[in-house]
Design a protein around this ligand. Structure first.
Ligand code: ADP
Length: 327
C-alpha cells in the first residue's frame, strides 16, 4: 500500500449493537497498526466523542475479542450529537489528538452523524454496516445479521419441538422494526408456515385461510414468524386476531434482545474482518463519506448517504420460496 494519507484514525460503534462488532474493531485496529497508523477507540459512540472518552489502542487492545458478542468499545445512542454545536465539541476532541480519519460501525442513524461530522471538519469518515437488521443499502449483508438469524432459527427450532408435541400454533416475534430480513430468512431457515414482515401488507383473513388449509392438508402445528414492525402490530396482536377468527388458541414467543447477543458466526467474523480492513484502506487512500460493503461476494464502496437515501429491497425470491415450501 502507498503511504497512508491519514496518520491517525479513530474507531467507534454506534446505535444498536450487533454481534460481530468486536471482530470488526479488531480488524480496524490491527490494519491501522499494520500500516503504521496511530489508532484510537472512542468509547460509547458519539456520546464518548462528546465526553472525550477517546483512548489509544494497540494490536493487543483487541486480543481475544474475535469470538465475543457485543462490543468492547460499548455503544450508545446520543441525541445531543444531532446538534451542530455539540458536534463542534466532538470534532475538537478528535482534532486535538491529530485524528484525521474515523471509522463508524453502526446503522444508518450512525452514518448520518458521520456524514455531518465530515461536512463540518476535515476529518474523513468511512462507515461499516453493523446492524442485525440487514436493512442497509450498498451491502448484501450487515455485520450481525447472520448471527441474529442463526439465534432466531435455533429458537424457532426449539419452539417447533413443543409446537409439534402439543399440536399448537405459535407466533414467534423477531426483531425488525422497519425491515423483515431477519423474519424472512429465519422463517425460511426454520421452515415457518408464514412470515409477516413490514414490507408486505398483512392480511389476517389470508393468514387464517392459510392456517385452515394447512390443517386440512394434515398439518398439526404451525409457526408464524412475525417481524416486530409488521403492520399487524406485532405477534401478540395478530395472534389475538387469528385466534378469534380461527377459533383455536395459539402461543406467542417474543425473542427480543436474545437476537443481539452471542458469539458471532464464522460468516459474521469473516465479514467483519473484511470490512474492517477495507475501511482502513479507504481512509489511507484519502477517501471519505463512503460505506464499505459486500456485494455478490466482493468488497464494494458506496456513498454514505445512499445507505439511507436508497431503500434496500426485500428479496421477492425468498418470499416466494417461503410460500412454496410451507405447502
Ligand atoms: P443506528 O446507527 O443503529 O441506525 P440510531 O438511529 O439510534 O442507530 O443512531 C445512532 C446515533 O447516531 C444517534 O444516537 C445519534 O448520536 C447519531 N445520529 C442519528 N441520526 C443523526 C442525525 N440525523 N444527525 C446526527 N447524528 C445522528
Amino acid at each position: 500500500m502507498a503511504k497512508s494519507k491519514v496518520k491517525s484514525i479513530a474507531v467507534l460503534c454506534s446505535g444498536g449493537d450487533s454481534s460481530g462488532m468486536n471482530p470488526c474493531v479488531r480488524a480496524v485496529v490491527r490494519t491501522a497498526v499494520y500500516h503504521g497508523m496511530e489508532v484510537f477507540g472512542v468509547i460509547r459512540g458519539y456520546q464518548g466523542m462528546l465526553d472525550d472518552q477517546i483512548e489509544p489502542m494497540t494490536a493487543r487492545s483487541v486480543s481475544n475479542i474475535i469470538s465475543r458478542g457485543g462490543t468492547i468499545l460499548k455503544t450508545a445512542r446520543c441525541l445531543e450529537f444531532m446538534k451542530k454545536s455539540k458536534r463542534k465539541k466532538a470534532i475538537t476532541n478528535l482534532q486535538r489528538r491529530g485524528i484525521g480519519g474515523l471509522v463508524v460501525i453502526g446503522g444508518d442513524g450512525s452514518f448520518h452523524g458521520a456524514h455531518y461530522l465530515s461536512m463540518e471538519s476535515k476529518i474523513k469518515v468511512v462507515g461499516i454496516p453493523g446492524t442485525i437488521d440487514n436493512d442497509i443499502n450498498g451491502t448484501d449483508f450487515t455485520i450481525g445479521y447472520d448471527t441474529a438469524i442463526n439465534v432466531a432459527m435455533d429458537a424457532i427450532d426449539k419452539i417447533r419441538d413443543t409446537a409439534a408435541s402439543h399440536d399448537r400454533i405459535f407466533f414467534v416475534e423477531v426483531m425488525g422494526r422497519h425491515a423483515g430480513y431477519i423474519a424472512l430468512e429465519a422463517g425460511v431457515a426454520a421452515g415457518a408456515e408464514d412470515v409477516l414482515i413490514p414490507e408486505v401488507k398483512t392480511d389476517p383473513d389470508a393468514l387464517v385461510k392459510n392456517l385452515r388449509d394447512g390443517l386440512a392438508r394434515g398439518k398439526t402445528s404451525s409457526i408464524i414468524v412475525v417481524a416486530e414492525g409488521d403492520d399487524a402490530g406485532g405477534a401478540l396482536k395478530i395472534a389475538a386476531v387469528v385466534e378469534k377468527k380461527l377459533g383455536i388458541m395459539s402461543k406467542v414467543t417474543i425473542l427480543g434482545h436474545l437476537q443481539r447477543g452471542g458469539s458471532p458466526t464464522a460468516f459474521d467474523r469473516v465479514l467483519a474482518s473484511r470490512l474492517g480492513v477495507a475501511a482502513v484502506h479507504e481512509l489511507a487512500m484519502g477517501r471519505s463519506r463512503i460505506m464499505v460493503g459486500v456485494v455478490q461476494g466482493k468488497i464494494k464502496t458506496s456513498r454514505l448517504d445512499h445507505a439511507w437515501k436508497v431503500k434496500k429491497p426485500i428479496s421477492r425470491e425468498m418470499l416466494k420460496l417461503n410460500e412454496i415450501l410451507s405447502v
